[in-house]
Design a binder for this molecule. Sequence first.
Ligand SMILES: Cc1cc2nc3c(=O)[nH]c(=O)nc-3n(C[C@H](O)[C@H](O)[C@H](O)COP(=O)(O)O)c2cc1C
Length: 299
Amino acid sequence: MIIDPTNVVNHKDFHDLLLGTIAPRPIALASTVDAKGNVNLSPFSFFNIFSSRPPILVFSPSRRQRDNTTKHTLENMLDIKEVVINTVNYAMVEQISLASAEYPKGINEFVKSGLTPIKSERVKPPRVKESPASFECRVLEIKTLGTEGGSGNLVTCEVLLVHTQEFIYNEKGKVDPRKVDSVARMGGDYYCRINGDNIFELPRPVAGIGVDQLPDHIRNSPVLTGNNLGRLASIDKIPMPSEVKSFAENFDYNLLWRNNGGNRIDAIHNHAQLLLDRGEVKKAWLLLLSASYQTELWN
Ligand SMILES: Cc1cc2nc3c(=O)[nH]c(=O)nc-3n(C[C@H](O)[C@H](O)[C@H](O)COP(=O)(O)O)c2cc1C
């Protein structure tokens, strides 16, 4: 489908489409106070970090679709230019969902959700005890993005103080995503939980040769996927013919033929795929290159 935002008939459907496709989104649990000191706590998934020096977080309380009114979080920040952005993990997801209910202005969602307030050090709004991390922030700018229901208000925040919980760190002192157990927002009522097999590591390419530099017989593989080609093309140089030769002389192709009946090229590519899945990129390269000129060894 091709959609032109200026020709949208049903804005609700368009909103749902945007939220379904721009996903998953991290969740900011924002704590604010009004001029009288009343506390508000609400989740926002139009949220991210845009700079680490200075540390800048952004999020957006939109105008309500239903009646084009503004959210209490926004109104509070227009009065008191401070916010604590608290992160969210699986253990608290039902409570943050409850905090998103449309309570009347002045109602403290800490009380409604049962989440625990802790006095902040640099700003008036309290932080959330249960959150893996909390960021005490000064509001730098609130940019109004429109005047209709669904229009956002881009809030730029400077982090003044960070609080983290002990349990999120591994033994090397780095944040371990398996320990954080984050949740993120998707379209509709969907969330995702970031744990187990959902977490994987991808080594950052130093100076990848690029898919355009892959030999044709690899690039046009009947077996290898886009991910496989991406991984192969992430190396900085193609192995030398001498390396391929010594690999081919020592590799037991017969084992491959036994395990993969049928086409030999497919067997080579299937095994290369297995090696790539195991992270053995160099070996996958050597095997694939050996297929191009070592056929005599196979017979
Ligand atoms: C996980 C989650 C993410 C949300 N993200 C946003 C968002 O990015 N922007 C927004 O305007 N509302 C968002 N909402 C809805 C607000 O939390 C909801 O309108 C809330 O009642 C606003 O509270 P307030 O009026 O006290 O500020 C989200 C709700 C949930 C449950």
